[in-house]
Design a binder for this molecule. Structure first.
Ligand SMILES: Cc1ncc(C[n+]2csc(CCOP(=O)(O)OP(=O)(O)O)c2C)c(N)n1
Ligand SMILES: [Mg+2]
Length: 401
């Protein structure tokens, strides 16, 4: 197993080239502009020409992505500690190692685009706009949580972000539906629908490909291939692990998901693709989760410690970007350390705030909030039995529906 990993990650390791450029903008912006050249191994296309390896961005953009990834990692580490301290209960799926995907996508799109993903959703929720304290409060079942303490780890939402979905693959047709809404409303926006390598085998994923192609929907089907679905290696669950080719009639692009610059460029390309009227696209981000499937899985029974260690030490997305920025003098060691320290301080403060916020009350009205969109509800809602039917207007039991 290790030799296969080594072979693959040897390619992933090649660093991007970044250099400052001059002469394209005003004096103040000029010093901020940089030219990136990604390694040739960053992309593999299926029925399309891969994105340009050379592109221009700003130093500010790279620093922002560094800060975002660092914050998400600290937040996930805080989740782990809070779980061990028994302040978080139930399911909890962390994305340590996969940060480049949520961060790279968000920096390539706008708030008017929509995103939907699986249960591994904390990083996406933050990138879509929720402060860390609201995410942690949700995990601790607090009223100030992003879902008012009623959702927990897998069910987080915010503007332009449709979850957080616990049913494997269920978010993919919802993503196609969101893309349909963008098209129907003549919006210049698209949907990014993320799913795992395990989810890629679900029937509803193929139904979504079909409808999306028929309707030419602006949806980017994004497979986060982290090589495992719970404890099962992708090659044991998928007849073909070339996830970017699996829609057949929809072009695809495989992306080095451990290199934030490649993720960023591919995500921009995908959005342009959809907005140019090309219809759907399949992206496969090759990535890796350092931890187990969820906090209750040590993650070491179905893969070797050497494999995990190898990915951590040779392909880490944060260390990779840091190395690039240092080598090119875009920031020095002290500045980057200061960013890391600031992220740690911010997350520590957010933990305090989340922890000190209050739990939801016991009043029955809370149970019926957020079941229906305001104004669209029904007057009565059935509980576990017909005798538990609730009159929602007067908040009391009524004998029968
Ligand atoms: C329909 C359905 N089947 C099974 C499960 C149990 N389950 C939860 S996560 C998971 C594995 C999914 O793996 P993958 O799609 O690769 O996502 P990852 O956890 O790697 O991010 C399974 C089988 C579920 N939640 N829903
Ligand atoms: Mg997986």
């Amino acid at each position: 197993m290790l030799s296969a990993v080594k072979r693959q990650t040897g390619l992933l390791r090649q660093a991007s080239m970044i250099r400052p450029i001059r002469g394209l903008a005003s004096a103040s912006e000029e010093s901020d502009l940089i030219e990136i050249e990604l390694p040739e191994t960053s992309f593999e296309g299926y029925n399309l020409d891969v994105p340009e390896l050379k592109f221009t961005t700003t130093k500010g953009n790279l620093l922002q992505m560094f800060k975002d990834m660092t914050t998400i990692r600290r937040m996930e580490m805080a989740c782990d500690a809070l779980y061990k301290a028994k302040k978080i209960w139930g399911f909890c799926h962390l994305s340590v190692g996969q940060e480049a995907i949520a961060v790279g996508i968000e920096n390539a799109i706008t708030k008017q685009d929509t995103v939907i993903t699986s249960y591994r959703c904390h990083g996406f929720t933050h990138m879509r706009g929720s402060p860390v304290k609201d995410i942690l409060a949700e995990l601790m079942g607090k009223r100030s949580g992003v879902s008012y303490g009623k959702g927990g780890s897998m069910h987080m939402y915010t503007t332009g972000f449709y979850g957080g979905n616990g049913i494997v693959g269920a978010q993919v047709p919802l993503g196609a539906g969101l893309a349909f809404a963008h098209q129907y409303k003549n919006e210049d926006n698209c949907n990014f629908a993320l799913y795992g390598d395990g989810a890629a085998n679900q029937g509803q994923v193929f139904e979504s490909y079909n409808m999306a192609k028929l309707f030419n929907l602006p949806v980017v089907f994004c497979c986060e291939n982290n090589r495992y679905g719970m404890g099962t290696a992708a090659s044991r669950a998928s007849a073909s692990t070339e996830y970017f080719k699996r829609a057949g009639y929809i072009p695809g692009l495989k992306v080095n998901g451990m290199d934030i610059l490649a993720v960023y460029q591919a995500s921009k390309f995908a959005k342009d693709w959809c907005l140019s009227g090309n219809g759907p696209l399949v992206l496969e981000y090759e990535t890796y989760r350092y931890g187990g499937h969820s906090i209750s899985d040590p993650g070491t029974t179905y893969r070797t410690r050497e494999e995990i260690q190898h990915m951590r030490s040779k392909n880490d997305p944060i260390a990779g970007l840091k190395m690039n920025m240092l080598q090119l003098g875009l920031a020095n060691e002290e500045e980057l350390k200061a960013y890391e320290k600031a992220a740690r301080k911010y997350v520590d403060e957010q933990v305090e705030l989340a922890d000190s916020s209050s739990a939801p009350g016991h009043e029955p009205a809370l149970l019926f909030e957020d079941v229906y969109l305001k104004g669209t509800g029904i007057p009565r809602l059935r509980g576990r039995t017909v005798n538990e039917t609730w009159d929602l207007e007067n908040l009391k039991h009524v004998p029968r529906y």
